[in-house]
Design a protein around this ligand. Sequence first.
Ligand code: GRF
Length: 220
Amino acid sequence: MAVSEKHTIAVLISGSGSNLQAIIDASERGEIPCRVGIVLSNKEDAYGLDRAKKHGIPTEVVSHKEFPTREAFDRRLIEVIRKSGAALVCLAGFMRVLTPVFVQAFPHRILNIHPALLPSFPGTHGPKQALDHGVRFSGCTVHFLDEGVDTGPIIVQAIVPVYDDDTEDTLAARILVQEHKIYPMAIRLFFQGKLKIEGRRVRVLGEPKIPEFFHRNPDA
Ligand code: GRF
């Protein structure tokens, strides 16, 4: 699939940026029809900024601490993203709750990734919540952002087993491997025009039906 120069995306991060890296790599391999046009971070020491720079991608730090309200912070983010011309906004480990001002600025054009099988275990520490609850499977979710916390329409999910000797770190690491697969997948489906939002549901046009549920994992 050829990368179309007309689609650029904005990626918002706060930390390591391994999902950002997966998106950059998928773009450079031509697996998604877009390129990362700007990386925004609310933290100046986010390692993801270094990752972006290594690939020649423009970065900008917008510290939430410099704004009197959440809305004022969001308005600055909106300004930077609009200037970049991004057609899609991807939250990738961005640790700030965005207000309706932000959500309404890019209707149905903001994706988020969460390290749990939503609607279970929203908010922070998804892997720990899953361990504490004692579930046998957890996973990750890419969804459209709405005005709630991790409540928007679900696009792609992947599952991982939870083992008895798991710690929060081992489970989070297993989930992260799947995150790196499903985020580029969701972006590809978005730009292919295959996602149709119907209320809470997202229909994926042309999705093949596979009888075994575990085959729904992207690497199966
Ligand atoms: C990921 O687990 C993501 O689901 C969550 O924050 C983590 C970010 O990891 N929202 P990274 O910065 O992409 O490495």
